[in-house]
Design a protein around this ligand. Structure first.
Ligand SMILES: C=C(O[C@@H]1C=C(C(=O)O)C=C[C@H]1O)C(=O)O
Length: 363
């Protein structure tokens, strides 16, 4: 017994010393970041401090260097928060997102920008775009692929009418929980609220555990969580953020049918982002309705061996062309082979717009 307490004391002393070191080093790092900000400001009064490509490089380097016992992602999350705090020292970054508060989109915004960012909920995707266009916020966050908030097409359509650029991407693992409040009679749950896509993602679990409860679709998971506070016979399906925000208890955790359930979000802004070394580019292309149009469009990508990660077709809203394609591929527009492909596609397409080149999601 005596030995253990001596060991514990020694270990705690060592932890205190290490904390002193960590404290000093974080302060030194913050001081450096502040100096960078001052240099940027001296060059240009309107300078943007936030450099997504640099942040991606910092995080990738840390993940590569990490030797454990914390896993690389956990370590990167800690560094993400250090960078977020360093950046906020000069001026906290302002980010609009598809609300309400407590949605997965807010979770994505905080995952990407860190907890020191100021995040502002918007009622609709167009509003997120508008705030960014108007310069009221620095960036916006919208769901785009496999979305739990159910707005993939809406996001794509909004890009067609906007000059906004894509500055980044975040992929979030989506975990759904069955939530109740302190007033809920757990044995009497007859109604469950959630977003339609969440219902779809938890269908098997619901069929097995609540076959007779009424499933009521609402506009967001956060909205579902809010409703549970007012009805003793209702439960909600939503994520961690909503559970925390409305102080709800998890009756069952991770009830999604597929354990790899994830959603991709886009960071939108007014900046062109330089190369980070591992980048993606998103373009929108309008093609004339003629035989072989799709083949003509894809052929240059194939020939230059560019890795396409997504191809989405949307109906065009003007009469002139029939197809509009949203294409994501690996590479940055400043890379010669990407420039070559874009030039070739431009010749074949009725219209081509580069929505942005941006660092591939790190976390
Ligand atoms: C310090 C800089 O500015 C910001 C802060 C960063 C950091 O804390 O590491 C990284 C990139 C920028 O968002 C920089 O550009 O290097």
């Amino acid at each position: 017994m005596a030995d253990t307490s001596i060991n514990l004391d020694a270990l705690r002393q060592r932890i205190d010393q290490l904390d002193d070191d960590i404290l000093r080093l974080i302060s030194e790092r913050a001081d450096c970041a502040q100096q960078v900000a001052h240099i940027k400001l001296a060059e240009d009064e309107e300078a943007v401090f936030y450099r997504p490509e640099r942040e991606a490089q910092v995080l990738r380097r840390i993940m590569a260097l990490n030797k454990g016992p914390l896993d690389a992602e956990e370590m990167a999350r800690l560094f993400r928060e250090i960078m977020s705090a360093c950046l906020a020292l000069e001026k906290p970054i302002k980010v609009s997102y598809l609300g309400p508060e407590g949605t997965f989109t807010q979770q994505a915004a905080l995952k990407h920008f860190g907890e020191s960012a100021i995040s502002l909920p918007m009622a609709a995707i167009d509003e997120v775009f508008r705030e960014v266009e108007a310069g009221a916020v620095n960036y916006g966050v919208v769901p785009v692929e496999n979305s739990t908030e159910g707005v993939v097409n809406h996001t794509l359509d909004t890009f067609m009418d906007s000059s906004i650029r894509i500055c980044g991407e975040v992929v979030l693992r989506i975990h759904h929980h069955l939530l109740v409040s302190e007033t809920t009679r757990r044995d009497k749950v007859s109604r469950i609220y959630s977003h339609p896509q969440s219902f779809a993602q938890c269908r098997k679990w619901l069929d097995a555990h609540f076959p007779h409860a009424e499933r009521v679709p609402v506009a967001s998971n956060a909205e579902a969580a809010k409703l549970v506070k007012t009805e003793w016979h209702s439960a909600a399906i939503a994520g961690d953020m909503a559970a925390k925000l409305y102080n709800l208890e998890r009756v069952a955790e991770k009830i999604e049918d597929r354990p790899d359930n994830s959603t991709r979000f886009l960071i939108i802004g007014n900046q062109d982002i330089p190369m980070s070394g591992e980048d993606k580019t998103s373009i929108v292309v309008a093609m004339r309705n003629q035989p072989g149009a799709l083949h003509d469009l894809l052929e240059p990508f194939h020939r230059h061996q560019i890795d396409m990660t997504r191809l989405e077709t949307r109906p065009s809203r003007t009469g002139v062309w029939n197809y509009v394609f949203f294409i994501d591929f690996k590479g940055h527009r400043d890379e010669p082979r990407v420039t070559a492909v874009l030039e070739e596609v431009q010749l074949r397409a009725a219209e081509l717009r580069v929505l942005g080149s941006y660092p591939q999601g790190v976390l």
